[in-house]
Design a protein around this ligand. Structure first.
Ligand SMILES: Cc1cc2nc3c(=O)[nH]c(=O)nc-3n(C[C@H](O)[C@H](O)[C@H](O)COP(=O)(O)O)c2cc1C
Length: 325
């Protein structure tokens, strides 16, 4: 079994974590990953304090294993965050603070109630800033990933972050979907991986079945970075673009962002309608390039188990054979 120090730090069996996804999160998915020995996470963005409480209660009904609660700091709501602190999750999983935002009050308040803190960063300076503010774990996120990502690819970013924030442990994110990815992350100096897209195509994922199928059907070459989803939503995300499938909606506005600003309300209403009806051409389908590695919808527990098994097999059998004395 693959164990890294982060397993003890976060009280998990496998160094495999679920990304907190505010737009695609459910107690069933969170609990399934934690029950399988990974670290589940609940996206708290967009939720009211009461919804946060209900989802934590529902998750805790399914598992007593640790999980994280995810907050996007640039847009955090104090009442939701206060509710999360009251509920005392094992981990507070933060991401995307504004450059002028002080991380320390959020980290200190989380530590005071006994939470461990992870912070997701897409650049070295952002990772260093979070480590200095007291994060227990840095998640280095490469631009291959789904949803909001920065500009640096995982391959150079991960070892740079490892070197910059050590001894603070690092989890690798962005483009990881299988055991090969876990081994690569370990080789780059990370202590495990965090996955979004792979778990979106799980049985427990709350996504519309058509969207899960779109991930399975993707060859990984059909995603695109753009500001189009944020322009439609009227959000200014600090330093990020969105990686989503290059579908009819994205193609309509690419290069015509000025026009999208003009037609924001209709565009937003249309993507919301497409999201609920499962229209894969007109919705925003956030997914990473690793969609090309995802060929079936599996139970989340099976995803965790397969990644752990495959990584162990590579490390114990395939890689040792490459050494010649
Ligand atoms: C649909 C979607 C929504 C996401 N929402 C959030 C979020 O609310 N907070 C966050 O920290 N990360 C969010 N992420 C990023 C993930 O936490 C993770 O970094 C990313 O999915 C990793 O890349 P991968 O998709 O290739 O695994 C989201 C990703 C996706 C695909």
């Amino acid at each position: 079994m693959i164990k890294t120090p982060i397993c003890r730090l976060l009280d998990i069996e496998h160094p495999i974590a679920l990304g907190g996804m505010g737009s695609a999160s459910s107690p069933a998915m969170t609990a399934a990953v934690s029950r399988a020995g990974g670290l589940g996470a609940m996206g708290c963005h967009y939720l009211t304090p009461e919804q946060i409480r209900e989802r934590v209660v529902a998750t805790r009904k399914e598992t007593n294993k640790p999980f994280g609660m995810n907050f996007l700091l640039f847009d955090v709501r104090e009442d939701g965050f206060a509710m999360a602190l009251e509920l005392r999750p094992a981990v507070m999983q933060f991401a995307w603070a504004r450059a002028d935002q002080d991380l320390k009050p959020y980290f200190d308040r989380s530590h005071e109630v006994g939470c461990k803190i992870t912070y997701m960063a897409g650049t070295v300076p952002e990772a260093v800033r979070a480590a200095k503010a007291g994060a227990d774990v840095i998640i280095a996120q490469g631009s291959e990933g789904g949803g909001h990502v920065g500009w640096m690819g995982a391959m150079p970013l991960i070892p740079m972050v490892v070197d910059a924030v050590g001894p603070v442990p690092v989890l690798a994110a962005g483009g990881f979907a299988d055991g090969r990815g876990l081994v690569a992350a370990l080789a780059l100096g990370a202590q495990g991986i965090l996955l979004g897209t792979r778990f979106l195509a799980s049985v427990e994922s709350p996504l519309h079945p058509n969207f899960k199928k779109a991930i399975v059907d993707s060859d990984g070459h059909d995603t695109q970075l753009s500001e189009i989803p944020d322009l439609a939503a009227g959000l200014v995300w600090p330093g990020a673009m969105t990686r989503s499938r290059r579908n009819r909606f994205i193609e309509r506005w690419a290069g015509r962002e000025w026009a999208l600003r003009q037609h924001r309300a209709e565009a937003l209403a249309s993507i919301r309608a497409a999201r609920s009806s499962g229209d894969t051409a007109e919705a925003v389908l956030s997914m990473g390039q690793d969609a090309g590695l995802i060929h079936e919808i599996l139970p989340a527990a099976e995803i965790v188990a397969r990644i752990a098994r495959e990584a162990e097999e590579i490390l114990s059998k395939r890689l040792p054979q490459t050494i010649r004395h």
